[in-house]
Design a protein around this ligand. Structure first.
Ligand code: FE2
Ligand code: FE2
Length: 302
């Protein structure tokens, strides 16, 4: 048993009371010898900014959290039956997306390290992969508390394939992640705002901290990836991204009615994701003309 577990055995106390602090992480700048730790290895002609990736790796390492210390899984989840049914539906979709993200990052991280010629990415992506494992594990426990066995929904499986197969697969994966991380962040913010249930709300808070960092990583690497992509590569990525966004938009319509009952507006959610992705592309020096976005439909088909 680790020291951490010995010092913090699970009890019926509120989770925050068992931790050294209710927040996550510690200050990187106060770490002894930090200047030395921040110096990247010297890779041969890396394609990405290694100093920034190294700093993000160290930051990610300081922000790791252990979900049974943050969420008290011995508590019951109180909800009316209609909200519970809908919430299980939403959480099953979210679980599927996170599980898919975990499978894909496991498959893609070594390819990305080679393609971007950056050993610093090996450090960083390993921690991001651990984040995604923690997310899947945590949502799995939460679904059990809701009374639903966690189930991977194969309806969405094609998204993972579109995001990581074919030519330019590393670039395609990174751009797909920009969309999926934005989607996860917007979804988590909206569920927090609608405050559906306290344990779920707390879980979303911790997931959101990690997802924001995952977006930060993409904002470091994607401008360099975009700069180096050939015209054909750009066309390929554009086609793949349009498919992923269109598929998501169509699937989201099926959740329209349920979303309204628990206070999540499906249309607002998808529009916000598209706007965030568009702003990100603009910051990489391309405009809406580069990446066409699907129209967000009003049609509801439940
Ligand atoms: Fe995640
Ligand atoms: Fe993520």
């Amino acid at each position: 048993m680790s020291d951490e577990l010995q010092h913090n055995p699970p009890t019926s106390q509120p989770p925050q009371a068992r931790m050294p602090s209710a927040g996550i992480g510690f200050s990187l700048n106060e770490t002894p010898g930090i200047e030395l730790l921040l110096q990247p290895l010297t890779s041969t002609s890396p394609i990405v900014n290694e100093a920034k990736i190294r700093r993000l790796y160290l930051q990610a390492s300081t922000q790791q959290w252990f979900s049974p210390h943050r969420l008290n899984f011995s508590d019951d989840v109180e909800m009316d039956e209609v909200s519970r049914r809908i919430w299980i539906r939403f959480m099953t979709v979210f679980y599927t997306m996170e599980k898919m993200g975990l499978n894909v990052i496991q498959n893609m991280m070594s390819r990305a390290v080679r393609k971007m010629k950056s050993e610093e990415m090996a450090y960083y992506l390993s921690v991001q992969c651990a984040d995604e494992a923690r997310h899947v594990f945590t949502i799995e426990q939460y679904l059990k508390k809701l009374g639903a066995p966690p189930k991977y929904d194969y309806t969405y499986h094609v998204l993972g394939q579109a995001a990581s197969m074919g030519i330019y697969r590393v670039e395609n994966w990174l751009f797909s992640t920009l969309f999926s991380e934005n989607f996860a962040s917007c979804f988590l913010r909206k569920t927090r705002a609608s405050n559906i249930e306290p344990m779920g709300n707390e879980m979303c808070k911790y997931l959101l901290i990690d997802e924001s960092r995952h977006l930060h990583f993409l904002h470091i690497v994607l401008p360099d990836v975009m700069d180096r992509l050939s015209l054909f590569g750009k066309a390929y990525v554009k086609g793949s991204q349009f498919f992923i966004m269109k598929f998501t938009e169509l699937m989201a319509r099926k959740l329209d009615k349920d979303g309204k009952i628990v206070g999540i507006d499906r249309r607002e959610l998808v529009e916000e994701v598209f706007e965030n992705v568009e702003r990100a592309y603009e910051s990489f020096g391309v405009s809406r003309r580069f990446l066409p976005f699907p129209r967000v439909g009003a049609l509801t088909s439940n």
